[in-house]
Design a protein around this ligand. Structure first.
Ligand SMILES: Cc1ncc(C[n+]2csc(CCOP(=O)(O)OP(=O)(O)O)c2C)c(N)n1
Ligand code: SF4
Ligand SMILES: [Mg+2]
Length: 282
C-alpha cells in the first residue's frame, strides 16, 4: 500500500539491505507527525553520499543532497537560518564518523536542534566494502584483505562526551524500536543522534551476529549521565558482548539557534549573528 510519502524513484538498494527498515520507520514517523499537526513543508531531510543517502530520493519531502561528510553542516545551516523547520539528517558511518566527524562533534557541542540518523553498516557500502571507523579489528574488506589493524571508535561515547542531549541506538532488524527512537529523537529539543546498526547484506552481513546479542534497555534512567555512559560502554563496537539498544541519554539544555534574537526583534542584527554562526558551523 502506497502513501503520500512515496516517490517514483526506482529503489536501487540490494534486496535485504537494512536501509529498507530505516526507510519504513522514518516514513511511519513522518506520517504520524503530520497527523499530529506538523506541516510536511516544515520538515527538511538532508543526506550525504553513500547507499544511505539515497533515502531522500525515496521520501516525498523537501530534501537536500549534500556532500560526503557534510550532512551536519548543511543541516545546521538550514536550522540556523530557518529555526521553524524540523531538520533530519541521514548519514553513513563513513560519512559522519569518518570524513565529517568534526562537524558531528561541534553540532553536539553547540546543541543545534537537528536529528542525525546514522546508517551504521560499519563499512563503505557504495564504494564496495572498505573499512570505516566502526569496523571491528581484523575486518576483512576490499581495502584490508588481511584485516584491519586498528580498533573501532565507539561513536556514542564520543558524541555523549561532546555534549549531545540525546543519544540512542537501534538496529535494522527492529523496526518498531526504530520508530520509537526516531520519534523521540525528532521531538527532542536540541541535538539528537540515533546510531542504527544497519546491516549491509552485500559487504558485511551482521544480521545473525546482532540478533544473538542485542537487547532493549530496561530500568534505565536516560537522564543519568553516568548510567548512560556505562550502558554505552557495555559494547565497544568490537568485543563479542551483549549490545544494548534504546535511548541511552536524554537531557534538555540551551539550544544554539535560540540564542539569536527573533526575526521581528531586529532583523539586521539577527542576520549579522546568523552569518557569523554559519561561518563557524561550516
Ligand atoms: C568528499 C568525498 N570523499 C569521498 C567520496 C567517495 N565516497 C563516496 S560514498 C563513500 C563511502 C560511503 O560510505 P558510508 O558513508 O558508510 O555510506 P554507505 O554507502 O555505507 O551507506 C565514499 C568514500 C566522495 N564521494 N566525496
Ligand atoms: S551495498 Fe550494502 S548498504 Fe549498499 S544497498 Fe547493498 S546491502 Fe545496502
Ligand atoms: Mg557505511
Amino acid at each position: 500500500m502506497g502513501n503520500k510519502l512515496d516517490t517514483y524513484a526506482q529503489n536501487t538498494w540490494c534486496a535485504g539491505c537494512g536501509n529498507f527498515a530505516i526507510l519504513g520507520a522514518i516514513k511511519a514517523v513522518l506520517l504520524s507527525l503530520v497527523e499530529e499537526g506538523t506541516l510536511l513543508e516544515n520538515i527538511v531531510l538532508v543526506s550525504g553520499i553513500g547507499c544511505h543517502a539515497k533515502i531522500v530520493d525515496y521520501i516525498n519531502v523537501n530534501s537536500f543532497y549534500s556532500l560526503h561528510g557534510r550532512v551536519v553542516p548543511a543541516a545546521s545551516a538550514i536550522k540556523i537560518s530557518r529555526p521553524g523547520l524540523k531538520v533530519i539528517g541521514f548519514a553513513g558511518d563513513g560519512d559522519c564518523y569518518g570524513e565529517g566527524l568534526e562537524h558531528l562533534i561541534f553540532a553536539a557541542k553547540r546543541n543545534i536542534d537537528i536529528t542525525m540518523i546514522v546508517h551504521n553498516n560499519r563499512v563503505y557500502g557504495l564504494t564496495t566494502g572498505q573499512y570505516t571507523p566502526t569496523s571491528p579489528l581484523n575486518f576483512k574488506g576490499r581495502s584490508t584483505p588481511a584485516g584491519t589493524k586498528e580498533l573501532p571508535i565507539n561513536p556514542l561515547e564520543l558524541i555523549l562526551s561532546a555534549g549531545a542531549g540525546f543519544v540512542g541506538r537501534g538496529t535494522s532488524h527492529g523496526i518498531e524500536l526504530l520508530k520509537k527512537i526516531f520519534k523521540e529523537a525528532i521531538l527532542h529539543k536540541g541535538f539528537s543522534l540515533v546510531d542504527v546498526l544497519q546491516v549491509c547484506v552485500t559487504y558485511y552481513n551482521m544480521y545473525e551476529y546482532y540478533d544473538q546479542r542485542v537487547y532493549e534497555l530496561a530500568e534505565h534512567n536516560p537522564e543519568d549521565y553516568q548510567q548512560a555512559l556505562g550502558k554505552i560502554r557495555e559494547w565497544d563496537y568490537n568485543q563479542d558482548t551483549k549490545i544494548p539498544l534504546g535511548v541511552f541519554y536524554k537531557k534538555q539544555g540551551p539550544v544554539f539557534e535560540e540564542s539569536f534574537p527573533a526575526p521581528q526583534a531586529d532583523p539586521v542584527q539577527r542576520d549579522v549573528l546568523i552569518k557569523k554562526a554559519l561561518k563557524r558551523a561550516i
